[in-house]
Design a protein around this ligand. Structure first.
Ligand SMILES: *Cc1c(COP(=O)(O)O)cnc(C)c1O
Length: 385
C-alpha cells in the first residue's frame, strides 16, 4: 500500500534550499564545510548543550556514545526495552550485552524502580553496567530526575536517546541536554530531518572532540595516514547540515503543529469507550512527535487497535502499532529483563496515529472519522446500541 496519509513524513521549510544552494555554489558538497560548524553551534543554542557533533545518523551517535564510554566485549549496558531497535543495537556492535528495563505507565519510559532493582541485581552478580540508555519515547520525556539520581548514586553514566524528543522539555530544560551524552536523530520521519543525520551532545568538550575524531576515521595528526584508534565514517555531510540549519529555524512551529494534531485527536477520540492517550505528566512537555492511543478491548466493546489499524489501512491511512519491546524481540531472546509487563501491555493495546506536521485539517478529519466509524460499526454489530 502506498499511503495517502503518512504516519510522519518530511516537512521542509523555506530556507533549506537556500542553504543547500550555498553549499553547491561554494563546492562545499563534501566532506566537511561551514554548514556543519554552524549547525553544531545552532544545535547547542537550541538544546542548551555545551558541545555537539553532527553525525550521519542517530544510530551512529548512539554507537559513538558507547565507544566513548569504553563499552567493550563482555560488558553490560542497561537499555529501555520499550523503544526502537536502534537504541539497543549499538550495545551489540560493541560486543556488550543489553539488559532491558520495563516502562512505567506515566510517561511510557524507563521505570526508575525497575532500573534500581536491575542495578542492585547486576552489582550483586559482580557486574557494573557501563551505561544506562534512557529513551524519551514518541517525544515524551522520561522521569529524568529520578533516573539521573539513581544513575548518579550507582555511578553509571546515563545516555539520553532523544532521537524522538527534539523540541521537548523536562522541567523546562530541553531534551538532548540530560545525562553524560545525549543523542538526536534527523532521520526522515523525525520532527525535523536532514534527509538522514544525527547528533551527539554533551557538557564534556573532550568527549565531543573525540567523537568528531572517531567519526572521521580516527586520523592521527600526521601528514600521512596514521591511526592509533579504530575509526568510523560517521560524520554528517555539509549538504545535509545545510538542510538541518533550515529545519532548525522552524522547529518550534513543527512542535506546535504536532501538538495541535494531538489536541485534535484527543478532543475527538477521548470520548470513545476504552480509548486513552500517552499521558503528559508534570514536568514533561512533549513535542508529541507521534500521537499514540491505547484501546482497552474490555471497555471498547471488543474493538482492538489492530482492527482500527486495518480499517485505516483500507483507506490508505498509515498507522503503526506501538514499538514491540526489545525483550520480546527474537534477536534479543534470553537477555536479562527487569519489569512487570507495562511495555507488553502497551504493545498489545497501542497504536500510533498519523502525526506529521504537514497533515492537513482535511486529512486529520478523515483519520478521526475512520476511527469513529470503526468503533460505531463494532458497537452495532455487538448489539450494544
Ligand atoms: C530514530 C531513532 C533512532 C535512530 O536514529 P537514526 O537517525 O534513524 O539512526 C534511535 N532511537 C530512537 C528511539 C529512534 O526513534
Amino acid at each position: 500500500m502506498i499511503p495517502e496519509i503518512y504516519l510522519s513524513s518530511p516537512h521542509l521549510g523555506d530556507l533549506e534550499l537556500q542553504y543547500v544552494q550555498e553549499a553547491f555554489a561554494a563546492n562545499w558538497v563534501a566532506p566537511v564545510g561551514p554548514h556543519i560548524d554552524a549547525f553544531e553551534r545552532e544545535l547547542c543554542i537550541e538544546t542548551g548543550a555545551a558541545h555537539a557533533a553532527a553525525l550521519s545518523s542517530g544510530t551512529s551517535a548512539l554507537h559513538l556514545s558507547l565507544v566513548l564510554l569504553g563499552v567493550s566485549p563482555g560488558d553490560e549496558v542497561i537499555c529501555q526495552s520499550f523503544t526502537f531497535a536502534a537504541s539497543a543495537n549499538p550495545i551489540v556492535y560493541q560486543g556488550a550485552t543489553p539488559v532491558f528495563i520495563d516502562s512505567e505507565a506515566d510517561t511510557w519510559n524507563m521505570c526508575p524502580d525497575a532500573l534500581e532493582m536491575a542495578l542492585k541485581d547486576r552489582l550483586a552478580r559482580g557486574k557494573r553496567p557501563k551505561a544506562v540508555i534512557v529513551v524519551n519515547l514518541y517525544g515524551m520525556p522520561a522521569k529524568l530526575d529520578a533516573l539521573l539520581k539513581i544513575c548518579h548514586q550507582y555511578e553509571v553514566p546515563l545516555v539520553e536517546d532523544a532521537a524522538e524528543s527534539f523540541g521537548s522539555t523536562y522541567n523546562d530544560k530541553p531534551c538532548g541536554s540530560f545525562g553524560k551524552l545525549a543523542v538526536l536523530s534527523f532521520n526522515g520521519n523525525k520532527i525535523i530531518t536532514t534527509s538522514g543525520g544525527g547528533a551527539l551532545l554533551s557538557e564534556d568538550e573532550a568527549l565531543i572532540k573525540r567523537a568528531r575524531f572517531l567519526a572521521t576515521q580516527a586520523r592521527d595528526p600526521a601528514p600521512y595516514y596514521q591511526h592509533s584508534s579504530i575509526g568510523y565514517n560517521y560524520r554528517i555531510s555539509n549538504v545535509c547540515a545545510g538542510i538541518g540549519r533550515g529545519q532548525l529555524r522552524i522547529l518550534a512551529d513543527r512542535v506546535a503543529q504536532r501538538r495541535a494534531n494531538y489536541a485534535y485527536y484527543f478532543e475527538h477520540l477521548i470520548k470513545l469507550p476504552g480509548f486513552a492517550f500517552q499521558p503528559e505528566p508534570d514536568p514533561c512537555f512533549s513535542n508529541r512527535w507521534l500521537t499514540c492511543i491505547t484501546v482497552d478491548p474490555d471497555l471498547s466493546g471488543g474493538i482492538t487497535c489492530e482492527a482500527i489499524r486495518l480499517a485505516l489501512a483500507e483507506k490508505r491511512i498509515e498507522a503503526r502499532p506501538l514499538w514491540k519491546p526489545m525483550h520480546q524481540q527474537p534477536v534479543f531472546a534470553g537477555l536479562p529483563y527487569y519489569g512487570s509487563g507495562v511495555s507488553n501491555r502497551l504493545f498489545k493495546t497501542g497504536l500510533c496515529l498519523p502525526s506529521g506536521s504537514n497533515l492537513t485539517r482535511e486529512q486529520i478529519t478523515k483519520v478521526v472519522s475512520c476511527v469513529e466509524e470503526t468503533v460505531e460499526v463494532a458497537y452495532l454489530a455487538d448489539g450494544k446500541n
